[in-house]
Design a protein around this ligand. Structure first.
Ligand code: SP5
Ligand code: ZN
Length: 334
């Protein structure tokens, strides 16, 4: 299975995130990628396909913000990473976006996603891995792996959050649409709901989004991922959310994933994108599911058995010591 990673992705290394009222060590560390690389025996550098396939998903003003925010933050006299601390209330007056603090709150939905001087380059590299894996599948590979880090599924068309800046899964799915696949599906099995991916395709009928995740009644991202969120307009019925409780083990997870695969099967995609997070592992420090390392191979086999050309993009997974083995187990199922 071909796998892709660009060394520049290691440069994004925020120091801290705001969590439950305190600043704590940032969980989405570069060592995550290093341990995965060791476990899977390295990866190819992706070809640079430019900004156009990123701009096919993300708004131009948001991309400009991601590039400019660190310099504007520094120009405002701040040391350290750029972090928002004030957020506009939805649906009020037109926003004044001439100050960096106003921009931070406008283009970010949480205070857990700092932007550093290296963030744009790393996120751009991460997006290129998703495109490289997608093109590998266009070229005839049954499946390919993008070691997306920073991850992507919480990022919307014009906002960051949840350690995510560019939505790698959405960029892969859109690239497949633009290459002529009339229907593309995304299966998201990260512990957290992929609110950004859902939002990007919410009112579209050409990209099906199915997610198995921790119930937003108890878990981040809280606002999104409930079972009654099913899409709108042309996208009505093209979003499927399957929230599960704390403590979920393989049996219940596999039933939910099978429901997602059945729905995707009825949709009939020409290509599948999997947002894979290993934060469903039993020892993950920020999550509360109970999957084991060998479970991932079984889950991947169920996905591979459906037979669609498949692009796997890396999302979360924060137990760094176990992460390499968990990812290797998942990829072995293909
Ligand atoms: C891609 C992904 O899995 N994003 C998850 C974002 C979850 N953020 C909310 C929970 C943050 C907990 N951070 C604790 C850090 C401890 N060092
Ligand atoms: Zn996650």
């Amino acid at each position: 299975m071909r796998r892709f990673f660009a060394p520049v992705q290691l440069t994004h290394a925020p120091a801290r995130e705001l969590h439950n009222g305190s600043f704590v060590a940032y969980a989405e560390v570069p060592a995550r990628a290093e341990t995965i690389l060791r476990a899977i025996g390295g990866a190819e550098a992706p070809e640079d396909r430019g900004e156009a396939p990123i701009a096919a998903v993300h708004a131009p003003d948001y991309l400009a913000f991601l590039k400019e925010a660190p310099a504007r933050w520094a120009a405002a006299g701040r040391s350290g990473d750029a972090i928002p601390y004030t957020f506009p209330v939805v649906g009020r007056r037109a926003l004044r976006l001439d100050r960096i603090d106003a921009l931070m709150g406008r283009y970010g939905f949480d205070a857990t996603t700092p932007i550093t001087a290296d963030t744009w380059a790393a996120a751009y590299g991460s997006a290129q891995t998703a495109l490289a894996a997608t093109h590998a599948v266009f070229g005839g590979e049954r499946a390919a792996f993008a070691l997306g880090r920073p991850p992507g599924h919480h990022a919307g068309a014009d906002y960051c959050g949840g350690y995510c800046h560019l939505n790698t899964a959405a960029i892969a799915a859109q690239a497949a649409r633009d290459a002529g696949h009339p229907r593309v599906a995304i299966l998201d099995i990260d512990y957290h709901h992929g609110n950004g991916t859902q939002d990007i395709f919410w009112d579209r009928g050409d990209v099906f989004y199915a997610s198995v995740h921790a119930d937003p009644a108890t878990d981040y991202p809280f606002y999104w991922g409930h079972a009654d969120e099913t899409g709108e307009g042309e996208g009505r019925g093209a979003t499927l959310n399957l929230p599960l409780p704390h403590g979920t083990r393989l049996d219940a997870f596999r039933v939910a994933q099978s429901r997602a695969l059945d729905a995707i099967s009825r949709f009939g995609p020409g290509l599948l994108v999997v947002s894979f997070g290993a934060d469903t592992w039993q020892g993950d420090p920020i999550s509360r599911f109970s999957l084991t390392t060998s479970d991932y191979a079984l889950l991947a086999r169920d996905i591979a058995g459906a037979g669609w050309p498949t692009v796997v993009v890396m999302e979360g997974g924060y137990a760094v010591d176990a992460l390499g083995a968990n990812v290797a187990s998942f990829l072995s199922g293909f």
